[in-house]
Design a protein around this ligand. Structure first.
Ligand code: PLP
Ligand code: COI
Length: 341
C-alpha cells in the first residue's frame, strides 16, 4: 500500500502491506545469505511441513520513531535468542543472532516510510517468521526452511488503546500444558486460541486469562500477553514454568519496577482467587503488541472484580510511562535496551 494513503493516526492492529521483506532459505544443511525482495507471495509445496504439521515459529518486535526522528528497536537480541529457543523445540535450524538483527534493521530501513510518526503513538510491527517448507509425509522435521521478516504499521493491539480492558478467566479452555510448547512462540500455540477468543469477545471481553492446565487454578497468561497484578503491594507475575511465554516486555517491566520505582517484585504461582481479594489492587498485561494494557475487570463464571472503577491504576500508568518513555527515547535508557537503526 502506498504509505501516503495510510492514516497513521488511526491504525489498529491489522495487516497492511509494506514494500519489502527479507527472505533466507535453508537448503542442504545451511542458510543462504538472504536478501530483501518486494513483499509478496511465494510458492509452497502442498506437502510442506508447516502446512501439514504446523512446523512454524515467529517473533514480534516494533520499530519506533523518537521525537528527534531516530528509529529505534527494543532489545532485538532478546528476540534473536528466543527465536532460536523456539527453533530448537521444533527441531528447526537456528538462525545466526547477529544476522537476525542485521536483517531486521535492513527490513525496517527498507520500509521506513511506513513507520508511524512519533506523535501518533503507532509503531512499525516487525514479524520474523520461520517455516518448514520442505515436503514431508511422516511426522518429522522438514529438510528445507524459509526465514522471512516482514513489517506492518500498527496502532494499539487492543482497540481500547491505553484504556483498561475487561478479561474473562476461562474454566473451559487451556492454552498450554506441561511438557508442551507454551514457552516458545510456535504458530500452533495461537491457532487453538482463536475459538476461545472469539467466544469471549462475543460476550464483551477483550481476551481470556488462561489458567494452568493441571489444576485450572493458577494464572498462566492472557492470550497474547503476560499477566501482572499488584498483590500485597508487590508486583507479582506468574513464574515461568514451561507453559508461559517468557515475554521480553515482562522481563523489562520486572526490572524497571524494581530498579526504577523501587517496587518489590515476585514471580510465583498466582491463584485466580487472589485476584478477587482486596489485597490485589491493580492488574495489567504486557507484550510487544499489547505494550502495557491495564485490566479494568476480571470475570469468572460466577464472580466479577472491578479494579479502580475500571480506570488504569496509578502504578500501571507509571510503569507504562517509564517503559514507553525508554522505548521512544523520551527518558534516558540507562539499561542499554534501545538500539538506534
Ligand atoms: N505471551 C504470548 C502468548 C504472546 O504471544 C506474547 C507476545 O509476544 C507475549 C506473552 C509477550 O511477549 P513479548 O513481551 O516478548 O512480546
Ligand atoms: C506480540 O506481542 O508481538 C505478539 O506476537 C502477540 C500477537 C500479535 C500474536
Amino acid at each position: 500500500m502506498n504509505p501516503e494513503k495510510i492514516d497513521f493516526y488511526n491504525l489498529g492492529f491489522n495487516f497492511i502491506e509494506t514494500k519489502q521483506m527479507f527472505i533466507s532459505n535453508f537448503k542442504n544443511g545451511k542458510w543462504d545469505e538472504g536478501k530483501l525482495i518486494s513483499f509478496g507471495p511465494f510458492e509452497i509445496s502442498p506437502a510442506a511441513c508447516i502446512l501439514n504439521y504446523g512446523q512454524g515459529i515467529f517473533e514480534g518486535m516494533k520499530a519506533l520513531k523518537s521525537k528527534t526522528g531516530d528509529i529505534t528497536l527494543f532489545r532485538p537480541n532478546e528476540n534473536a535468542k528466543r527465536l532460536n529457543i523456539s527453533a530448537k523445540r521444533l527441531l528447526m535450524p537456528c538462525f545466526d543472532e547477529k544476522g537476525f538483527i542485521t536483517a531486521v534493521k535492513n527490513v525496517v530501513k527498507a520500509n521506513k516510510d511506513y513507520i508511524p510518526p512519533y506523535d501518533s503513538g503507532g509503531a512499525l510491527y516487525i514479524r520474523p517468521l520461520m517455516i518448514g517448507d520442505g515436503p514431508i509425509l511422516g511426522v518429522s522435521p522438514a529438510e528445507e526452511y524459509k526465514f522471512i521478516i516482514y513489517t506492518v504499521p500498527v496502532g494499539p493491539y487492543f482497540p481500547e488503546g491505553f484504556k483498561a480492558i475487561d478479561l474473562e478467566i476461562s474454566k473451559e479452555y487451556t492454552r498450554a500444558a506441561p511438557g508442551g510448547t507454551g514457552f516458545v512462540k510456535t504458530c500452533c500455540n495461537y491457532a487453538g486460541t482463536m475459538k476461545p477468543a472469539k467466544e469471549t469477545k462475543s460476550k464483551g471481553f477483550a481476551q481470556i486469562i488462561y489458567l494452568d492446565a493441571s489444576n485450572m487454578e493458577y494464572i498462566d497468561e492472557v492470550g497474547t500477553a503476560n499477566f501482572f497484578a499488584f498483590i500485597d503491594n508487590k508486583l507479582t507475575t506468574p513464574k515461568l514454568k514451561g507453559t508461559i511465554l517468557p515475554g521480553i516486555t515482562r522481563k523489562s517491566v520486572l526490572e524497571i519496577a524494581n530498579t526504577n520505582l523501587g517496587i518489590e517484585t515476585e514471580e510465583r504461582d498466582i491463584s485466580y482467587k487472589e485476584l478477587f481479594k482486596e489485597s490485589c489492587s491493580e492488574a495489567f498485561c504486557t507484550g510487544t503488541a499489547a505494550v502495557i494494557t491495564p485490566i479494568g475487570s476480571i470475570t469468572t463464571d460466577n464472580e466479577k472484580r472491578v479494579f479502580n472503577n475500571g480506570e488504569p491504576g496509578d502504578l500501571t500508568k507509571k510503569l507504562y510511562d517509564l517503559l514507553t518513555g525508554i522505548q521512544r527515547l523520551d527518558i534516558e535508557d540507562k539499561y542499554g535496551w534501545v538500539e538506534k537503526i
